[in-house]
Design a binder for this molecule. Structure first.
Ligand code: 0RA
Length: 651
């Protein structure tokens, strides 16, 4: 029966075949990120059903067999026949390219952009997929498989192997979708519960009131269950981000509004730090590169705070206006916009391009802030914020002067590189690599072991200063950072220019201990604060030296973690010795080259700012002046060398 059923429907699967042939076009990659993208697609649909008021809760379950289920108690995907195609609506959703995301109902949701390629793409890239629908008192089920067809000598993707069947009765309504990603498509099909948990938390912040449960049932001994519900929405998000920071006012400023078809939510709170963190979203998708909505928000903030400062007499007639940066110093903000016909621009297509969003957001934020200023309960909060901005303006002037001095003194603009850098002979920034190496002794080995044509070495002596708390002029005055800045050639902060970058890869090599982790965190913070684009464009990496050497006579094997150590011991056989590397300095030049620097053999982790929020949190906790959270963090993440926060970022 199944076979006959299949044959009749092969013609509708042509779209899915295209997805199989070029998965990257639809989900970005076939790596860890693409794998999770499948799940985001399915979750997005359930979230839409909840946001539109039809579902109360969503459950995501990681099943023992490696599949994942997404369950909602919404209306259930329609089961009646599509008028033209004469097959059930649900089957259209899972087998027709582009039909899935929108369900043929234009105003149905705000999906679009990076996500929203549709459920059919998930089906096409799965080994199998099963959907269960509860509607009209009945339980329906259909199963799809990607099967190898001997006659055609190819894989038929997402083929319905059963018709939509009525399998029982039920009282409620809803949809359950279970799928197993295809290991013939993805490099690795193991879902990462931390990545999923982080995204679900984010979604529950961005869609206040929705109830999400995550269950990881893959390990019998350790079944995990997490619940996410935030009635405060993005105000709770700001609270979460600032948990370990020193806030300068307690009430989180929050408002929502709607204008010209654009729905807006804003929440922010200031901390005593000098950095600004604005995390923006469009239709629940992070807009890492910002865009028109952010511009509108910033304009409104600057304008309204200046007006208010003058009105209160805190800014005198002869004073200059506060700049946008003054007003945003220490801000932690979430900006969430929902709209139709989204246009994404930018290098990574994470920048909102719609010009109508700028004016609408600017107008709504202006109104929201003005409204706030009329509310006396916020008087004190607003005054604290403006005081901070005025202080920032004063320091800015002083810093500008100090920077000019520092610049002249160090000759940052023009001087050839001085000091300890061992540069490479190639002048081609597309292939050159800069290793920033902890310690002079490892630096020495690296210099001898490297491929001098394209690998440059910069040894770091001691710990560079804490990048979190210091102002720009102090950072510039620090010799370690000055050397890094002039080696890279880009300049920093507002002078940063990626076009002048001299290296394609900047690789941090530090020891596998706490000091090494600290140095790495400081460097990442520095890049994050002052050369963010360097990370955003994927130029920053973390080198992963091996932890062990297993040796028997001339036979040498390296292991990068404890699991691998067991394998390597087996491989070498009886009579081996193990050396645990306590530092890079213990490796001779050949060993360092073989294990850590040779592009053919090394392991390096690319650092991205996808997770800027978590990275910022980590850095604040590690280097801020509050001891308690730091101690807690350190004891929770005893093994620093897992690079916890950055591990999902792929290799
Ligand atoms: C369009 C129309 C209707 C339901 C859905 C889409 C729907 C899709 C998904 C995907 C996951 N869960 C979902 N729940 C619902 C129903 C229209 C009607 O009942 O009149």
């Amino acid at each position: 029966m199944d076979r006959a059923y299949d044959a009749n429907h092969i013609h509708v699967l042509e779209g899915l075949e295209a997805v199989r042939m070029r998965p990257g076009m639809y989900i970005g990659s076939t790596g860890i990120r693409g794998l999770h993208h499948l799940l985001w697609e399915i979750i997005d649909n359930a979230v839409d059903e909840a946001v539109n008021g039809f579902a109360k809760g969503i459950e995501v379950v990681l099943n023992k067999d490696g599949s994942v289920s997404v369950i909602d108690d919404g209306r259930g995907i329609p089961v009646d026949n599509h008028p033209k195609l004469k097959i059930p609506g649900v089957q259209v959703v899972f087998t027709q390219l582009h039909a899935g995301g929108k369900f043929d109902i234009d105003s149905y949701n705000f999906s679009g952009g990076l996500h929203g390629v549709g459920a059919s793409v998930v089906n096409a890239l799965s080994r199998w997929l099963e959907v269960e629908i509860k509607r009209d008192g009945k339980l329906y089920r259909q199963r799809y498989e990607s099967v190898y067809d001997k006659k055609l000598n190819k894989i038929i993707s997402g083929m319905p192997v059963t018709p939509l069947e009525e399998v029982g009765g039920t009282s409620g309504t809803g949809t359950k979708i279970t799928f197993l990603p295809d290991d013939r498509v993805f490099d690795d099909v193991k879902f990462n519960v931390d990545i999923i948990s982080k995204r679900l938390r984010e979604l529950s912040f961005l869609n206040k009131g929705i109830f999400i449960v995550l269950k990881d049932k893959r390990n019998d001994d350790d079944i995990l269950e997490q619940k996410f519900i935030y009635d405060g929405g993005i105000a709770d998000f700001v609270h979460y981000l600032n948990e370990d920071k020193n806030v300068i006012h307690n009430d989180i400023i929050y408002f929502e509004d709607q204008r010209d078809g654009i729905y807006l939510e804003v929440a922010f709170q200031y901390t005593d730090s000098y950095t600004e963190n604005i995390f923006s979203y469009v239709n629940n998708i992070p807009t890492t590169e910002g865009g028109t909505h952010e511009t509108g928000f910033k304009s409104a903030l600057t304008k309204v705070f200046n007006d208010y400062a003058r009105k209160l007499g805190l800014l005198k007639e002869r004073d200059n206006n506060l700049t946008g940066e003054d007003v945003r110093e220490g801000i932690n903000a979430i900006l969430s916009v929902k709209m139709h016909n989204v246009q994404f621009d930018g290098q990574t297509k994470t920048k909102l391009g719609n010009s109508e969003a700028r004016s609408a957001v600017e107008g709504m934020v202006t109104d929201g802030l003005v409204h706030l200023m009329e509310d006396t309960t916020y008087d004190n909060t607003l005054k604290l914020i403006i005081d901070k901005a005025i202080k920032a303006a004063k320091v800015r002037e002083a810093a500008r002067r100090a920077k000019d001095v520092a610049r002249k003194k160090s000759g940052l603009d023009s001087a050839p590189l001085v000091g300890k850098l061992a540069s490479c002979t190639s002048r081609d920034p597309r292939i050159n690599e800069l290793f920033i190496v902890e310690g002079d002794s490892a630096g020495g080995s690296a210099k001898q072991g490297r491929e001098r044509h394209f690998q440059a070495i910069l040894p770091l002596r001691g710990k560079p200063l804490n990048a979190e708390k210091k102002r720009l002029d102090q950072v510039l005055a620090n010799e370690e950072f000055r050397t890094i800045i002039s080696a890279l050639g880009t300049g920093i902060d507002e002078d940063f220019n990626i076009d002048n970058l001299k290296y394609d890869k900047v690789i941090i090599l530090s020891d596998a201990d706490q000091d090494g982790a600290h140095i790495r965190a400081i460097l990442l913070t520095f890049f994050f604060r002052y050369m963010r684009e360097l990370i955003a464009r994927g130029h920053v990496y973390i080198g992963l030296p091996p932890l062990y050497k297993v040796q028997k006579g001339k036979k040498i094997e390296y292991a990068y973690d404890d699991g691998e150590l067991k394998d390597k011991i087996k491989k070498v056989g009886k009579g081996y010795t193990i050396q645990r590397y306590k530092g890079l300095g213990e490796m001779n030049p050949e060993q360092l080259w073989e294990t850590t620097m040779d592009p053919e053999r090394r392991a390096i982790l690319q650092v991205t700012i996808e997770d800027a929020a978590e990275a910022d949190k980590l850095v604040t906790v590690l280097m801020g002046d509050r001891v308690e959270p730091r101690r807690e963090y350190i004891s929770r993440h005893a093994n620093f060398n897992k690079v916890d926060t950055f591990q999902e970022m792929g290799v």
